[in-house]
Structures are given as C-alpha cells and as structure tokens.
Design a protein around this ligand. Structure first.
Ligand code: KG4
Ligand code: ZN
Length: 366
C-alpha cells in the first residue's frame, strides 16, 4: 500500500523487490492460518501469466521450490481464468456455459466460458482497462492511493453530481463488444486541468469548492465509464445467447467488480436479459490467492498438472512465464485492434493450448 502511494501506481522493479521480500512469509502465514504444513498439500497452483514478468517469476520460483521439496505436482494458472472461476467457489449452481466480464487494472475482457479452460473472447479493450482509468483519475484528483485508485474514486463519487461534467461515452458507433478507456482518461485529465485542480494538494486539505469539483469529476467519470461497460455487456449477452442459448449466468469479477455502483448497474442489465449476475465478494474480486488455488484445483481434478519439479533445480532452468497470454480465442465478429497485442510477443491462448492437448489425447486413445 505504501509503495502504491509513493510511486503513484505499480512500479515494476519495486514491485518485484517487494514480492521477493515477502513471498516466504506470505506462504508461511497462509499455511499457519489454515493450520497446515506443506506435507498436507496435494498440489501447488501458481499464476504463470498474464502479468508483470518480474513478479510472476518470484511466485513461480517459490511454487517450484515448495513443490520440488515436497514432491508435489504443480498447476500453472491463468490469472484471468482465476478471476472468472472463483465465482464457482461462491455460487454452487454456476455451471458451464456462462459469461464473464473481467475488469481489472490491466485487463478488460468479456468472454463466453464453454467449459473449463475453453473460452471465446467476445470483446477486449483496444487500449486501457477500466481499472487503469480509475487509477489515473484518482492520481490526478489527488486521492489517497494506498488501497489503489478505484476505491478512492468510488468513495469520493458518492459526494458528487454524476451529471455535472459531460464526458462522452466511448465507442458509441462501434457495433462490437470491444472497450476503450484511453479517450475517457484524456477527457478526465482535461476536465481536471480546466478546473485547476492540483493533484499535489491532497483532497483531504482541499477547500469546499475544490473538493466539490473533484467529487463531480469522480462521479461523472464513474457514470460514463460504467455506461460504456453496460452498453457493451448488453450486446455481448445477445451474441453469447446465440452461441450458447442455455447460458443462465454472467460473472463480473476482477478488482473493479468490487465497486458497488458497477455491481448495481450491471445487475440491472443482466436481469433485463433474464440472466443472473454472479459477483464474488470484494475480497475475492481483487487479486487474491484463493482464486488461484481454486482454479488449480479445478484443473487438477481433471488431470491437468505438471509432475513435481526436481528438488534442486538447475541454475539455468528457464521458467515458463507468460506475461502476455490471451485467455480465449477471439470471436470472428468481434475482432479488435488491441494495441497491446499488436506490439508485443503473445503466447498462444489458454484455450488453444488446452484444445490441442485434448485432441492429442483423443488421438492416442483411438
Ligand atoms: O484484479 P485486480 O486486483 O488486479 C489486476 O489484476 O489488475 O484489479 C486492480 C484494479 C485497480 O485498477 C483498482 O483501482 C481497481 O481494480 N479497483 C476498483 C475498486 N477496487 C479495485 N475500481 C473501482 N472501484 C473499486 N471499488
Ligand atoms: Zn487481477
């Protein structure tokens, strides 16, 4: 929390160092709190992507050390699949197929989950994720970033008039399910500059009028950002129901799904389409270990895991890390020109890897 506030967001190098400093203690605390030791475990699940390579490495190294020392199989987990599947831990009737809108700091995707490990991506962001827009808005408004920007914007928005600043809803003319938040971010920055709001002056010491201005921007930004989600979700539900008419649920998860305004607005959309919204509690929406353990368990149960690593790993061992790793296969009708995907090396999607492995298995059985 202090690092987030100090650097105004996630600084990769400092994040890696912080991960390295605490990883042993975090794992030990989790075992202690569960009243278990490593000997009681049946497998180790660990996030292998997508995310910051430096931080993924710290986790994978630790997981392989534990698994190697106690001869445990290891399950590599997709971070976004974990955000979606943790909903099945809290909602027992949530069976496949279902839809999921996954909204966090780095990702903004809407998928159709056919079965475990198989996803069709109906939409993604062409630039920033909504969480990034919340974080920057918080930073520019001089809010307390210790809990990340989102909760601070949500709280201040309660004091503001959400119709006072007229931001444009992004991508009104695109008849697809893709998202864009970069333009809205710029609109917010310009509105802040026009009102001469000084981010260096914390909102706690702002004058009444200044605070009111900041709250109006927070509320107006939140309304329009969420309206964008609402419009795209409505269309995505129509598309998904054509592909899989038996869908009954829409999951909304990822850090931004802990926002109460997001939850209530999306609930209206989902109920209008006769589906049920499933939102994990906020503690399971923002990044957490439970979702990774749960997703590991789901794959472990169907035999998808790697054998235990050697107790002593060679020094030159190359870790399987996937910083850019799509979850699903893109739906042809919804192809996006996602900037991040065009510029960097992308790993084949989880869905394509699992499909290839399953068909290989079928071939060897016949
Ligand atoms: O899923 P998450 O914990 O980490 C990533 O995988 O990115 O999501 C973090 C993001 C941050 O951008 C944070 O500002 C946002 O989720 N967030 C929120 C709220 N709580 C967290 N955004 C809006 N309202 C919230 N209450
Ligand atoms: Zn996340």
């Amino acid at each position: 929390a202090e690092l987030l506030a100090q650097y105004g967001g996630v600084a990769p190098k400092q994040a890696e160092e912080a991960h390295s400093r605490v990883i042993d203690k975090v794992v030990q605390d989790a075992l202690d709190r569960a009243n278990l030791t490593e000997k009681d475990l049946s497998a180790v699940a660990v996030t292998i992507g997508p995310g910051l390579g430096l931080c993924l490495r710290v986790g994978v190294q630790k997981a392989r050390r534990v698994a190697g020392a106690f001869n445990l199989p290891i399950v590599g987990v997709h971070h976004m699949e974990a955000h979606a599947l943790v909903a099945r831990l809290v909602e027992q009737d949530l069976s496949f197929p279902f839809m999921a809108l996954l909204i966090s700091g780095g990702h903004n995707i809407i998928v159709l989950a056919h079965k475990l490990g198989q996803y069709t991506q109906l939409g993604t962001t062409v630039d920033d994720a909504i969480g990034e827009a919340f974080d920057k808005t918080a930073k520019w408004l001089g809010l307390d970033l210790r809990r990340s920007g989102g909760p601070a914007v949500e709280e201040l928005a309660l004091e503001g008039d959400s119709k006072s600043v007229m931001f444009n809803v992004p991508m009104k003319n695109h008849k697809d399910c893709n998202f864009s938040f970069a333009g809205l971010k710029t609109q917010v920055r310009l509105a802040i500059e026009a009102r001469k709001i000084d981010a260096k002056c914390p909102v706690s010491s702002a004058t009444r009028e200044d605070r009111r201005n900041r709250a109006d921007i927070a509320a107006s930004f939140q309304r329009v950002a969420v309206l964008h989600l609402e419009e795209k979700c409505e269309r995505a539900i129509d598309w998904a129901l054509k592909l899989e008419p038996s869908i009954k649920h829409m999951v909304v998860s990822g850090g931004v799904a802990s926002n109460q305004y997001v939850r209530s607005r999306l609930n209206n959309i989902v109920e209008n389409k006769n589906l049920k919204l499933v939102c994990p509690p906020p503690s399971l929406c923002t990044d957490n270990g439970v979702m990774v353990a749960w997703t590991g368990l789901e794959h472990f149960r169907v035999g998808r895991f790697d054998p235990p690593p050697p107790a002593i790993e060679p020094d030159d061992y190359v870790y399987d890390l996937r910083p850019r790793w799509p979850l699903g296969e893109e739906y042809a009708q919804g192809r996006s020109e996602a900037r991040s995907l065009r510029t960097a090396r992308v790993h084949p999607s989880l869905t394509s890897i699992i499909r290839a492995a399953d068909s290989l298995q079928q071939q060897t059985q016949t």
